[in-house]
Design a protein around this ligand. Structure first.
Ligand SMILES: [Zn+2]
Length: 304
């Protein structure tokens, strides 16, 4: 193994900062992990942890580029994190600050966009021109591939599918609106459906119980799956992609989730009797998608 063409990818999530040196085939050859600091800490705390992780990797390997994916809104020119729900960053010029401290260019984007970069290069979006990535974690993240390019929108905020209203006057959402899709189709929704049925199961136990045939856990996956199909039908009506890729922790439910989603999609998509249905498939890169994609995004930028 050589260090040829290694790029560093960093994925800044709600619970951990995951950094890795990634080779041109998408293999993570070395890693550094830090816990995401509390939202109440100053922006510099998270920045210090990123610099520490990247510097440790860069000390062990020759790297050609550094890419960062952050859970939050990243502005149109990809230099600033405008808002990150899990961190104290507000209009934070993260790319410039990191580049200054690391002494090398740093490419920044939203974590769902970097995950799509990863899936496009090495996973479920390979060879597809038009695709949508939907990540089901605590909430919903989303990213769009249009004509082979990750589409960011005017303000860099495209793909926030989780805040489409699917239930008028529905459940309140952290964003300030009500009835947002992610209130019904996410890890949080899955846990709520289970709790509402009186079951003590939580977190990964729900997935294990569902695979073991627990009726409450299966029912919760079915419910989230039907809501997934409902929302995907709206997204597909708007964008007409070839493939819809489902990632994030909840996608561990596999066909328990995707089966009901496909049934609902086939029953509700506009023009369903007169068009091919898009593929509805699981993401392939798992928890590393954002990290691998951030490295790939940075590698592509330095390659011009
Ligand atoms: Zn919302």
């Amino acid at each position: 193994m050589t260090d040829d063409g290694l790029a560093i990818g960093v994925d800044i999530g709600g619970t951990k900062i995951s950094a890795g040196a990634v080779d041109p085939s998408g293999t993570v050859v070395d890693r550094e992990l830090r816990e995401t600091p509390e939202r109440t800490t100053t922006p510099a705390v998270a920045e210090d942890l990123i610099v520490e992780a990247v510097s440790a990797l860069a000390a062990r390997h020759a790297v050609v580029a550094v890419g960062v994916g952050a859970a939050g809104f990243v502005n149109a020119d990809r230099t600033r994190v405008m808002f990150a729900p899990h961190l104290s960053w507000r209009n934070e010029p993260l790319a410039v600050k990191l580049a200054d401290r690391l002494g090398r260019p740093v490419l920044l984007d939203n974590d769902a966009n970097t995950a799509l970069w990863g899936e496009q290069a090495f996973g479920a979006a390979r060879g597809v021109a038009d695709a949508v990535l939907i990540t089901l974690g605590t909430g919903i993240g989303g990213a769009l591939l249009i004509d082979g390019v990750v589409h960011r929108g005017r303000n860099g905020m495209a793909g926030e599918f989780g805040h489409m209203q699917v239930v008028p006057a529905g459940r309140p959402c952290e964003c300030g609106n009500t009835g947002c899709w992610e209130q019904y189709c996410s890890g949080k929704a899955l846990r709520r459906f289970v709790a509402d049925a009186g079951s003590p199961l939580t977190g990964a136990e729900i997935t294990e119980a569902a695979y073991a045939g627990d009726p409450v856990a299966l029912g919760a996956y079915g419910e989230v799956g039907r809501w997934l199909g409902t929302g995907v039908a709206g997204v597909v009506a708007a964008l007409d992609p070839e493939r819809v890729i489902i990632g994030g922790g909840v996608s561990a439910g596999g066909e328990l989730l995707l089966g009901p989603a496909r049934t609902t999609l086939a029953a509700t998509l506009v023009g369903r009797n007169h068009r091919p249905l898009p593929d509805l498939v699981p993401a392939q890169l798992g928890a590393d998608a954002g990290l691998v994609g951030a490295a790939q995004m940075a590698r592509a930028a330095v390659a011009g």
